[in-house]
Design a protein around this ligand. Structure first.
Ligand code: GDP
Ligand code: ZN
Length: 293
């Protein structure tokens, strides 16, 4: 028995990264009978059938910690959400939507503000402070100059990470700067989404260090939030969390209710811009809920 991680699945073959190299395996029939589909990211046990030619049989799938739907990958630990300080201009409304989707999937989150070399006024620092105060790890980086790259590498260590963010912000460039050996084409992650729209394309894991992988296509390519119930939204605003149970009313939405512990923190632990975004998105979700009734 050998343990490993499924890094690729193609035409009924699963490729398992192990301490002894990558093995090509077929899944045992039992999975089909049980209706379980081996998925990239699954931690598995294989039997080696041919050590020299690296062939084996996939015998057991260990319990999944998380299951991402788009791209379909198991056991993703964290989302690395990349935005550019300039070109394209930073859009914090969009950043919050990425954060909400990643929070909803219960992923850890790293925010990278890239292209700081293009922001002569260092306006990005205000955003960095805002999200740090909300409790996020924020790395200010320049793939061009190599700054922040060591911090990014450290944040990826021993984890499976999915990169997310608008196209053109420098996701591929950052990965190349951190791991020069991989030689991803710039725009490669983004190109892969476009291809994915027309053909079914399965995600793969790229091993970056001994115990660390990145997903080769971007996460959260659809930013629809409509599936989130409006009353649950508050739990995905990380900095609200310590206060949501301190409100007078059970089920407080922190909008019109009196004696609200969350509203009491606006301008203190909760930035007014984040609170405003919360109110806007709640209204958006409620409108959609009304429409569906
Ligand atoms: P992706 O679509 O998010 O993968 O973005 P890319 O990595 O393809 O980068 C988009 C463009 O931005 C490319 O022309 C890169 O050379 C450029 N770029 C990426 N990172 C930086 C950076 O830190 N500074 C500057 N000035 N340009 C960058
Ligand atoms: Zn409240």
């Amino acid at each position: 028995m050998l343990e490993g991680v499924i890094v690729k699945g193609i035409g009924g073959f699963y490729y398992i990264d192990t301490k002894r190299g990558v093995f090509e395996t077929r899944a045992r029939g039992i999975f089909r009978k049980e209706g379980i589909r081996p998925t990239v990211g699954d931690h598995v046990k294989i039997s080696v059938l041919d050590e020299e030619n690296k062939k084996g049989s996939l015998d057991e799938i260990l319990p999944r910690r998380t299951e991402l739907i788009r791209p379909r990958v198991s056991n993703v630990d964290q989302a690395v959400i990349v935005f550019a300080a300039k070109s394209p201009d930073m859009n914090l409304d969009l950043l919050d939507r990425f954060l909400l989707l990643a929070e909803e999937q219960e992923l850890d989150i790293v925010i990278v503000l890239n292209k700081i070399d293009k922001d002569n006024n260092q306006d990005y620092e205000e955003a960095a402070t805002l999200y740090r105060q909300a409790g996020y790890l924020v790395i200010c980086a320049s793939a061009e100059l190599g700054s922040g790259v060591e911090d990014l590498k450290a944040a990826l260590e021993n984890r499976i990470s999915v990169f997310a963010g608008p196209s053109g912000v420098g996701k591929s460039s950052l990965i190349n700067a951190a791991f020069p050996g991989l030689e991803l084409n710039t725009g490669e992650l983004s190109k892969k989404i476009q291809r994915g729209r027309h053909t079914t394309r399965h995600a793969e894991l790229i091993r970056i260090t001994e115990n660390s992988y990145i997903v080769d296509s971007p996460g959260f390519t659809s930013l629809f939030l409509n599936h989130i119930p409006s009353e649950k939204l508050q739990y995905y605003f990380k900095e609200f969390e310590p206060f949501v149970h301190g409100c007078y009313y059970n089920g407080c939405m922190h909008i019109n209710e009196p004696d609200c512990a969350v509203k009491a923190q606006i301008g203190k632990a909760i930035h007014p811009m984040r609170y405003q975004r919360y109110v806007n998105i709640v209204q958006e979700l409620k409108k959609e809920e009304e429409r569906k009734k």
